[in-house]
Design a protein. Structure first.
Length: 89
C-alpha cells in the first residue's frame, strides 16, 4: 500500500481511505458518523494506526506502510473505540 500511495499521493490516500472506511462500516454496521469525509478519515486513520502498530510490533520496517487489509482492521479498531465512547453518552 505504501508504494501505491507514494505513486499516487493524496488522491491515493483518499481513495484507499474511502474504500477501507466503507468496508469497515459494512463489517460493523450501526449508528456512527455517516458522512463521506468521516468515512475517508476513518479509513486513513485505520491505515495510519495499523502502520504505526505494525512498526511497533516489528511487522513493518520504518517508513513502510500497512497493507490494505491492515487498513481495514485499523479502521475497525477505530470504529469500535468510537462506539465504545459514544455509547456512554
Amino acid at each position: 500500500m505504501s508504494q501505491y500511495l507514494a505513486d499516487h499521493g493524496w488522491l491515493g490516500w483518499i481513495l484507499i481511505g474511502l474504500i477501507a472506511g466503507l468496508i469497515a462500516k459494512a463489517i460493523m454496521p450501526g449508528r456512527d458518523p455517516a458522512g463521506c469525509l468521516v468515512t475517508i478519515a476513518l479509513g486513513i486513520g485505520g491505515a495510519l494506526l495499523a502502520g504505526f502498530l505494525g512498526q511497533q510490533l516489528g511487522w513493518y520496517r520504518p517508513g513502510e506502510g500497512a497493507g490494505f487489509i491492515a487498513a481495514i482492521v485499523g479502521a475497525l479498531v477505530l470504529l469500535f473505540v468510537y462506539r465504545l465512547f459514544a455509547g456512554r453518552r
